[in-house]
Design a protein around this ligand. Structure first.
Ligand code: FAD
Length: 625
């Protein structure tokens, strides 16, 4: 039987191992420390705008993260609730301790999946080839396998920095992975140093919460997963505090002592998760910065300060923390730190996340230059799916940019690459109107069927919801609104004149029709209010209004997309000689050789490659057939 090994028990590794095993492959998850499976290295939270979208998408395909956060979340909030269905994103604080044990339990109870504690020292090749035959461990043992998914996070040649101190480590308290890093470097893969940082953790009892702004979670909390039946953990509030003039003075006075500003770090950091040093230096006019005060667990007294990531020496960190109102007596349990690590250029990956030139090897997560649990989990899921499909001689699953944020992320990585830690933002998705996170299960239903990681009951549940929505749309199309119909008075109350009849769909498209008027109309339709699993009336009404109102934009976009999509289906033959193409500028040629697009669609998305160049390539590929 074909074997898959997943190296790493972080967020990418959990998904890769879970999905490969669910797809029926004999899978082993190898990780340095079984007790650290699912560890949240930084903030104890999942989701947010863009990131939350990806969690819903991976959930729709049978992934684990949505279910894990639902089982262990202690504070749920839908972000951007008032800004509309397309850009709403779920976010939740996890009980970090419970998240780890839930992740481990899930994996331990997944059929076809074995866990193994150990450190991968290198990949083993079949005699004289770059075809995989196994993974060698530091203790000398060998795990034979046909495919490997490497999800080693920040561990490859990891180095922690606090002030002027440096320490070899994968993250605080855990060793770096040096042997594997050196082997991957020696294979000639392009690598670079990236960095990220985390905030200090404080003792709860040392903070005066009465002076902080309270931030309650949503009541009732809404699950991430389409398949969860509720939120079992008690819910707690978070708090907000702002930095003061004293915080800024302490940071500025001590900048030379920061690893980041003292010149002790060569790696490139995440633009969208800046350290507090960065915030004061790069945004000098902002004055104060918001800090979220978040519980790490209901089982510990540890508090996380989101927004205060720093690599200052511990004594400076303490002064910074104590400059916050309510934190005058605060005690630090774990200082913040920065970490620098090897990551590999994702331009060396195929669209299925396999590594070019290494047969049977996939990379997923932070190793590919991303930052964040959700980005890692999404890649882990896709790498696991594609490793399993490759072993079964099936075509890879490659999601389109118009199909999923996961598709946007992978396409960005393998087509454009990234020279700083990549984080998902809604602005990266040009088709975001079509990527509402509440519709991810319906949108990805056909892909979920092809993957086969959802149970039959789960698929049936999504299918039932999709059918019910289709029926609802048909009812709205067929229902006729006149002054004497039940909808007439509702429309008039909303300030509309009904000179001629119109369909209920057309009525609901009018902005005059707010949620209350829409609810009153929908209540007239047969079956609307009937209970059903996963059928939430307020959410379904919002989705219906969204779909009706944005349908014209989406139809126009769909027409535009047809053209682009056609290019995505034109493969550039592997033996196509770019150098021999007359008429490509030097810049375009260089970009194409560096990015090595596999399709004309990918070529088109490389910054600097002109539409004229793509048309020329199209012509030549067509002629060469
Ligand atoms: P990880 O979660 O790091 O997991 C890697 C796994 O691989 C671990 O289980 C490890 O034991 C295992 N492993 C490594 N090498 C080997 C080997 N040779 N053999 C066996 N097992 C191995 N993200 C943000 O979004 N925002 C932030 O501000 C942020 N700050 C961070 C700060 C710090 C200090 C750290 C460490 C991380 C931070 N992150 C942040 C990143 C976030 O933790 C990662 O993006 C996410 O955890 C990546 O998931 P992953 O699965 O790729 O790797």
């Amino acid at each position: 039987m074909k074997q898959v090994v997943v190296i790493g028990g972080g967020h990418a590794g959990i998904e890769a191992a879970h999905v490969a095993a669910r797809m029926g492959l004999a899978t082993t998850l190898l990780t340095m420390n079984l007790d650290q499976i699912g560890q949240m290295s930084c903030n104890p939270s999942i989701g947010g705008v863009g990131k939350g979208h990806m969690v819903r998408e991976l959930d729709a395909l049978g992934g684990a993260m949505g279910r894990l956060i639902d089982a262990t979340g202690i504070h749920f909030r839908i972000l951007n609730e008032s800004r509309g269905v397309a850009v709403r994103g779920p976010r939740a604080q996890a009980d970090k301790v419970k998240y780890r044990s839930a992740a481990r339990r899930l994996l331990e109870h997944t059929e076809n999946l074995k866990l193994r504690q150990g450190t991968a020292a290198g990949l083993l090749w079949r005699e004289g080839t770059r075809g995989l035959r196994g993974v060698e461990l530091l203790d000398g043992s060998v795990l034979p396998c046909d495919a490997v998914v490497v999800t080693s996070g920040t561990f490859l040649n990891g180095r922690i920095l606090i002030g002027e101190r440096r320490l070899e480590a994968g993250r605080a308290g855990e060793p770096a992975s040096t042997h594997l890093a050196e082997q991957l470097r020696s294979l000639g893969l392009r690598h670079r140093r990236l960095k990220t940082g985390t905030s200090p953790r404080l003792a709860k009892g040392s903070i005066d919460f009465s002076r902080l702004e309270i931030q309650p979670g949503d009541d009732p909390p809404r699950p991430f997963s389409f398949f969860s039946r509720g939120i079992p953990q008690p819910q707690v509030p978070c708090h907000i505090v702002h930095t003061t003039a004293l915080t800024e003075a302490i940071v500025r006075e001590n900048l030379p002592k920061s690893s980041l500003y003292g010149g002790h770090i060569e790696g490139i950091g995440p633009r969208y998760c800046p350290s507090i040093e960065d915030k004061f230096v790069k945004f000098p006019d902002k004055g104060r910065h918001q800090i979220f005060v978040e519980p790490e667990s209901l089982e510990t007294e540890e508090i996380y300060l989101a927004g205060l990531s720093t690599s200052m020496p511990p004594e400076v960190q303490l002064r910074m923390v104590q400059s916050l109102p309510g934190f005058e007596g605060a005690e630090i349990l774990r200082p913040g730190y920065a970490i620098e690590y090897d990551s590999f250029d994702p331009l060396q990956l195929h669209r299925d996340l396999s590594v070019e030139g290494l047969e049977g090897v996939w990379f997923a997560g932070q190793i590919n230059g991303t930052t964040g649990y959700e980005e890692a989990a999404g890649q882990g899921l896709l790498a696991g799916i594609n490793a399993a499909r490759w072993l079964r001689d099936q075509e890879p699953i490659v999601l389109g940019r118009d199909q999923a944020y996961l598709g946007v992320m992978v396409d960005d990585l393998v087509t454009k690459g990234t020279d700083e830690p990549y984080r998902m933002l809604t602005a990266r998705a040009e088709h975001r109107l079509g990527l509402a996170c509440d519709l991810a299960d319906a949108r990805l239903l056909a892909v979920a069927r092809a993957v086969g990681a959802l149970g039959p009951g789960e698929l049936a549940r999504v299918e039932a919801k999709v059918e019910r929505r289709a029926r609802l749309h048909a009812q709205c199309e067929a229902a006729w609104v006149t002054q004497t119909s039940p909808f007439g008075p509702i429309a008039v109350r909303a300030g509309l004149r009904l000179d001629a009849g119109l369909s209920l769909s057309d009525l609901l498209r009018r902005q005059h029709m707010g949620p209350a008027e829409a609810d009153a109309c929908l209540a007239q339709l047969e079956g609307w209010a009937t209970e059903g699993e996963g059928w939430d009336l307020a959410r379904e009404r919002d989705l219906l209004l969204f779909e009706l109102r944005y349908a014209p934009y989406r139809e126009r976009e769909a027409r535009l997309l047809e053209g682009h999509r056609a290019w995505d289906h034109v493969r550039i033959p592997a033996d196509f000689r770019l150098e021999q193409v007359q008429g490509l500028s030097k810049e375009v040629l260089e970009k194409l050789k560096l990015h090595r697009p596999e399709t004309l669609g990918q070529a088109h998305r490389i910054p600097g490659v002109t539409p004229a160049a793509v048309t020329l390539l199209h012509l030549l590929i067509h002629r060469s057939r």
